[in-house]
Design a protein around this ligand. Structure first.
Ligand code: HEM
Length: 192
């Protein structure tokens, strides 16, 4: 049996303030359809044995940028245990984004991850003492690198260009939806 992931509490968190009805309208707004769900499942198949390579690339990006590794640090010193603990949950997130139904349980965990980037809950899961918040501007900025860099991995399993494009587009929509949900705590009351 696989070891449980430390701090991964999917299905065991509080209720999201965003309703399923609001999620449906957001999906409609980013043009997310059942077709995208189908291509996300395919992307999940394609990515499942490549998550380590994906994470190496993303961690290389964070690690190579002082202003990003800052968020895993205290007094300019990166906390390696924290980086490692988050990396395992990040790997699970890739699979969840592709495979989980976007239901109430999923919505609730999106809010939990939102709180974990925000000052409400950052550092708490891993009981660390690093900077207290991931600033909003970088949350949204990350949509592009997380989307652009996945494309190469989607091409690795011999799918034709049209299918890769469909998987990539589904991924982009899913990441966009996710980050919108993750920025909830940063937005003034009644303005989300
Ligand atoms: C946590 C993904 C933006 C720093 C996480 C986790 C995931 C993730 C999956 C773990 C969630 C869990 O606990 O289950 C992403 C994605 C982003 C994004 C997809 C945007 C597209 C950022 C940015 C930074 C950052 C811009 C700044 C460098 C962190 C930190 C944690 C974390 C420090 C640990 C938070 C804690 O203390 O619990 N991220 N992230 N993330 N991420 Fe991000």
């Amino acid at each position: 049996m696989e070891e449980p992931i430390k701090g991964y509490t999917y299905g065991q968190v509080g209720q999201s303030p965003v309703s399923i009805a609001d999620l449906d309208l957001l999906k409609k707004t980013v043009l997310f359809t059942e077709e995208d769900e189908k291509y996300l499942r395919l992307a999940g198949e394609v990515l499942k044995d490549q998550t380590n390579e994906v994470l190496d690339l993303w961690y290389g990006f964070v690690g190579g940028n002082e202003h990003l590794v800052h968020y895993f640090s205290k007094n300019g010193q990166p906390n390696m245990d924290y980086l490692t603990a988050v990396r395992v949950r990040f790997g699970q997130w890739i699979m969840d984004l592709c495979n989980k139904p976007y239901d109430q349980t999923w919505l609730n965990y999106q809010h939990e991850i939102a709180l974990r980037h925000h000052s409400t809950k950052k550092n708490k899961t891993d009981d660390v003492d690093t900077v207290p918040i991931v600033n909003y501007r970088y949350m949204t900025a990350f949509i592009f690198p997380i989307t652009a860099t996945i494309k190469g991995f989607l091409t690795k399993k011999g799918h034709d260009a049209e299918t890769v494009e469909a998987m990539h587009s589904a991924w982009f929509k899913a990441v966009t939806l996710t980050i919108i949900l993750w920025t909830y705590p940063y937005i003034n009351k009644n303005e989300f």
